[in-house]
Structure formats: structure tokens, C-alpha cells
Design a protein around this ligand. Structure first.
Ligand code: ATP
Length: 213
């Protein structure tokens, strides 16, 4: 069975935190592909600072020549909010039922799952890998307790079948956020080493995230 990971985000901009995390999961789970999927219109947050096309361009630069990381632009081609369930249905229509799909979500995002559009259908299409921080001590919200009890596996590396399980992946994330990068730029400071050099060059060439003079 082919194994495909999907990692959605605003990527405003993509940074080394996203990229290291994606690469580590791809290696650990021996994924054939790990698709970074920029959200055109994130339903849960304000309008991103730069256009979807520019965010996509930065992700493309970041993963160029780094298999199995790749970019999937399907959310930019849709003309409505970027719901994960739509993305999964469209991936299934394209890839068929005989591939393993792994949806990567951070613990914080996972806790907000009950507010996602048609969230109860997500596990029909994919497994969910919850990226958990070793230092996190939070409890899952009540609405997720039954689901977690029914679907969580002890060893996510042994997940079988094309969809339906939840696994926890313990990772120490790099302490980088897109918010921090935008703030540094707005203050006229450097973001070198927080993003790949190709992304840095793009940010400079297009004058992104700079405070208006
Ligand atoms: P912002 O600061 O604008 O909220 P962000 O840096 O958190 O952005 P997003 O595009 O919102 O980035 O995140 C996409 C996905 O990447 C989310 O699942 C998020 O949990 C994850 N992520 C964000 N930062 C890191 C990091 N430093 N290490 C690992 N994963 C990260």
C-alpha cells in the first residue's frame, strides 16, 4: 500500500519548524509522499498577510528537490473555504481507496477538531497523526474522549488499513512560528536561518511582511 501524508497549514510563510517536522514524520513513517497543502482561505483565522499564490510559491521553493516532501495546490483551486474534509474527499477521488492517508495535525489543532466542518467523517478517509510535544500536559476535550478511546493505537508505526486510526507522534518542535517571522520582518530584522534560503530570497524579492514605510 502506498503511504501518503498530508500536512495543511497557512504557511504564511513556511519555515524550518514545518519543514523539519514534516521530514521527520516522512522518514519515521516511511511515507512515499508527504504533501504540504497550503490553505487558500483558512476557515479558523483571519486573512493571511500575503496572497495564497505567494504562500504556495514559497512552499514550492522550500520543498523543491526534497523527496518525499511535495506541494499540493488543490485548496487554491477551490472557490470556498479550505475545509479538510473536502481535501480528503478530493484526494480519495484521485488516489482511490487503496492508499494509506495520514493527516498530520498538531495537538492544539486536534483539540479543536469538533469545530471542523463535518469532522466526524474525517477518519473515514484518513488516519490522523497527532503531533504531540513531549512537554505537553493538556487533556483532550470531552467531545473527543470517546473517539480517542475507540481509535487510538499504541504504536502508530504499526497502523494498518487505509484509514480510521489515531496515532500520537512525540516530537520536539523547533521553536519557530510564522507569527515570529512576520514580526521580525515588520521590525526590519532578519529572518535568515528561520526559513530556507530560497524562501528568504523570495521574501526579499517581493518585499513580503515589511512594515509599510
Ligand atoms: P502562525 O504563527 O501564523 O499561526 P504557524 O507557524 O503556527 O503560523 P501554520 O501554517 O499555522 O504555522 O501551521 C501549519 C501546521 O504546522 C500546524 O499543524 C502547526 O501545528 C504546525 N507547526 C507550526 N509551527 C511548527 C513548528 N515550529 N514545528 C512543528 N510544527 C509546526
Amino acid at each position: 500500500m502506498r503511504r501518503i501524508g498530508i500536512f495543511g497549514g497557512t504557511f504564511d510563510p513556511v519555515h524550518i519548524g514545518h519543514l523539519r517536522s514534516a521530514l521527520e514524520v516522512a522518514e519515521l513513517f516511511r511515507l512515499d509522499e508527504l504533501r504540504l497543502i497550503p490553505s487558500a482561505r483558512p476557515p479558523h483565522r483571519g486573512t493571511p498577510q500575503v496572497s495564497a499564490e505567494q504562500r504556495l510559491a514559497m512552499v514550492e521553493l522550500a520543498v523543491a528537490g526534497v523527496p518525499p516532501l511535495m506541494v499540493d495546490d488543490r485548496e487554491l483551486k477551490r472557490d470556498r473555504p479550505s475545509y479538510t474534509i473536502d481535501t480528503l474527499e478530493s484526494l480519495r477521488a484521485e488516489l482511490g481507496s487503496e492508499v494509506q492517508l495520514f493527516l498530520l495535525v498538531g495537538w492544539d489543532a486536534f483539540c479543536g477538531l469538533p469545530s471542523w466542518h463535518r469532522w466526524e467523517e474525517l477518519l473515514r478517509h484518513c488516519h490522523i497523526l497527532v503531533l504531540q510535544r513531549p512537554d505537553a500536559g493538556n487533556e483532550a476535550p470531552e467531545a473527543l474522549r470517546d473517539l480517542l478511546a475507540a481509535r487510538t493505537v499504541n504504536d502508530p508505526l504499526s497502523i494498518e488499513g487505509s484509514a480510521g486510526q489515531i496515532g500520537f507522534v512525540w516530537q520536539t518542535p523547533l521553536a519557530v512560528s510564522a507569527t515570529q517571522i512576520r514580526r521580525l520582518r515588520a521590525e526590519g530584522r532578519s529572518v535568515r536561518y528561520l526559513v530556507p534560503d530560497s524562501v528568504l530570497a523570495y521574501i526579499h524579492a517581493h518585499g513580503l511582511y515589511r512594515a509599510p514605510n
